[in-house]
Design a protein around this ligand. Sequence first.
Ligand code: DQA
Length: 143
Amino acid sequence: MQKILILTGPNLNLLGTREPEIYGTITLQDIEKMCVEYAVKNNQEIDFRQSNHEGFLIDWIQEALKGFDGLVINAAAYTHTSIAIHDALKMLDIPIIEVHISDPETREEFRHHSFITPLAKSVIKGHGAKGYVEALELLHKIV
Ligand code: DQA
């Protein structure tokens, strides 16, 4: 049984109503449900968490140092700003999959740089909510 931690960052708790023209109308609860459905069929156990706070995300990344086989992370805006999240991820020796619902590279220039990409095994972006399930599929293959 693979244990996967899925972390989602600021403002993604408001998916469904937040900028639906960019992120669609699916809610974070719907995404969690999709992930659980995939996981139960594929011998994965997932722990799905969201926070608007950088420090919580860092504490949870540190938790992944023990007992997790893979990490899926959409750090949202912290992707483009957080050296602290980069440093925390650097300590992990499990595969990290970076996910974005939109494709930040096709948006404003300040979204073009990611502090997470250099540490990620793979980046899934612009695939909408199903990017999270694709990340689980990848981990299923590589872990
Ligand atoms: C995002 C893209 C980021 O640039 C943005 O700040 C987000 C969401 C995405 O999933 O497309 O909050 O990570």
